[in-house]
Structure formats: C-alpha cells, structure tokens
Design a protein around this ligand. Structure first.
Ligand SMILES: NC(=O)C1=CN([C@@H]2O[C@H](COP(=O)(O)OP(=O)(O)OC[C@H]3O[C@@H](n4cnc5c(N)ncnc54)[C@H](OP(=O)(O)O)[C@@H]3O)[C@@H](O)[C@H]2O)C=CC1
Ligand SMILES: O=C(O)[C@@H]1CCC=N1
Length: 266
C-alpha cells in the first residue's frame, strides 16, 4: 500500500485521511506531521502515526501531501529541498502553482489538487493537475487518494485548478451558508430547529442527486418546481431582487482572484 505522509494535520488533511481510512487504506501506511499537539492527538486517535518531524515523514513516504496554509508553504518546505527525488508531492494549497514547488524543492514531481471537506463523509469533489514529471504511479496514487473520499477529475491546464477552487474547493461553504440561511428562515416560520435542519438538508441532497441523475438541466428542474403564480416564484423573485445569480457569480470570481493573489504573494 502506498505510504502517504501529510505535512499539516488540519481540517483538510483530516478529511482526506478519514476518507482514506474509510476506503480501506491501512492506518500504518499513513503518517502526519503538525506542530500543534491536539492535531497530533487527533491523528493518533485514528491510528495514524503523528509527530512534528517533517523531514522524517518525507524520507518515509512515497507520496507527500502538503496541507499547510499557502502562506506557510515556503517556510515549511524550504528545509526539505532536495528530499523529493523519486517521490510525488501532492499540493492542496490554494493558488500555489506547480512552479512554486519546483522552485523551492528542486527535483520534484508535483500534482496540484483542489479537494473539499466533504471528503470526510466520502462525498468530496477534487480537481487534479499533474506536471509532466509525475509518473503513472504518481498519478495513480493521486487518483486513489482523492477517489477514496469522493470523486476526482483531472483538468487539462493548471490554470483551471483556480476555477476548481472557486467552484468546489470553496463551494461547500457556499452551500453551508445557504443551508444556514434556510434553517434560520424555517425556524423563523415556526419549525423547530431539528425538523428545519432535517428538511433543509434532505432538500439539498435531493436537489443535488436529481441534478446528477435526471436527464434535465438545473434550469428545467427549477422550472418544474416553479408553478406559475405559486410559492416558489414568489421566493425566487425575491431572491432576484437581491441579484442572487449575479451575487453568486461575483463571489466565485472573487475566490478565483484570491487564488491568483495567493500565487502572486508566494
Ligand atoms: N479547508 C478546506 O476546505 C480546504 C483547504 N485547502 C487547502 O488546504 C490547506 C490546509 O487548509 P486547512 O486544512 O483548512 O488549514 P488548517 O489550518 O486547518 O491546517 C493546516 C495545518 O498545518 C499546520 N502547520 C503549520 N506549520 C506546520 C509545519 N511547519 N509543519 C507541519 N504542519 C504545519 C497547522 O498547524 P497550526 O494550526 O499550529 O499552525 C495546521 O494544523 C491550505 O493550503 C488550503 O488552501 C484546499 C481545499 C479545501
Ligand atoms: O478558503 C480557502 O482558502 C481554502 C481553499 C479552498 C477552501 N478553503
């Protein structure tokens, strides 16, 4: 089984590791590093060896996932330069281009990945891009890692990873915000919070599942719910008063621009 080390054992690494374990990857083939003791304890509770020795983890691993904040990546990786020969580095850092890792580390085969936190429950969505230096085995390891926690799609150009970031990397937060607002709306109308949560979340699941499985566009599916002169039309008209569609598009453009800023600042 591929030996995978995670540098940084925060939110996203935890989601990926739990996805791996749930899919049958053995805990002894995973290792994690972090300077924060409670994060190490959380890893050990999953049966994963954890400490703060990044160099030892890299030396042990065949695949290294860099899962620190983009702003920390240079400081964390600089002491590891020259230690990646024959290994695959998978970066999940928003914005940072493959060239950044090649510049800091020297000889390294880089996969850029943009996963999301629903990997924690096996429903993650990941975009992947590999440089020419990545071997078939390296691509296979990335495929296996991200398909373990959901679905993974390779994109044709590296620039598209920033689009993936704006769509699905940050995307769970958009849906959480909508779910949060809908639960608040339902409780304001008298539903108890448990009932509101159950109904709103089941509705989100159902809408997503229908969009994937029905032979109809989201526009058509929306139209089928929207009776002329009915309740849905009343709600959607109100959403459009607030420029709902344009607001979502503008938010995604802002996420995309921020990914590019992170690259420029690296
Ligand atoms: N959260 C998400 O939904 C997604 C995040 N990402 C990307 O994943 C990366 C991690 O994000 P996220 O998990 O949210 O962030 P977190 O802050 O939760 O995790 C980063 C972890 O790295 C640790 N760390 C800091 N310095 C070191 C070091 N020298 N060696 C090892 N570990 C170190 C941090 O410890 P400490 O807290 O003590 O500093 C922290 O626990 C980011 O680059 C982000 O862009 C990508 C897709 C989705
Ligand atoms: O907000 C962020 O920067 C990270 C990247 C995508 C999701 N979380």
């Amino acid at each position: 089984m591929t030996r995978i080390a995670f540098i940084g054992a925060g939110n996203m690494a935890t989601a990926l590791i739990r996805g791996l374990l749930n899919s049958g990857h053995t805990a002894t083939s995973i290792r994690a590093t972090d300077p924060y003791a409670p994060s190490l304890d959380a890893m050990r509770a999953l049966g994963v060896a954890a400490d703060d020795n990044n160099a030892a983890a890299v030396a042990w691993a065949e695949v290294v996932v860099i899962a620190v904040k983009p702003q920390m990546a240079r400081e964390v990786l600089t002491p590891l330069a020259g230690q990646f020969t024959g290994k695959t580095l998978i970066s999940i850092c928003a914005g940072l281009p493959c060239a950044f890792f090649e510049g800091v580390l020297g000889d390294v085969a880089v996969v850029r990945a943009m996963p999301n936190t629903p990997a924690l429950v096996g429903l993650g969505a990941t975009g992947l891009y590999a440089t020419a230096a990545v071997s078939d085995a390296g691509r296979g390891a990335a495929d296996a890692l991200f398909n373990a926690g959901g679905v993974a799609r390779w994109v044709e150009s590296e620039a598209l990873i920033d689009a993936v970031t704006a769509a699905s990397g940050s995307g769970p937060a958009y849906f959480f915000a909508l779910i949060e607002a809908m639960i608040q709306g339902a409780t304001a109308l008298g539903l108890d919070s448990d009932t509101a949560k159950q109904l709103v979340c089941q509705t989100a699941l159902g809408a997503a599942q229908m969009t994937l499985s029905e032979d109809a566009s989201p526009t058509e599916l929306r139209t089928r719910v929207t009776s002329k002169g009915g309740t849905t039309a009343a709600a959607l008209e109100r959403f459009e008063d607030g420029d709902f569609n344009a607001t979502i598009q503008a938010g995604m453009q802002a996420a995309y621009a921020r990914a590019q800023e992170l690259a420029a600042q690296s």
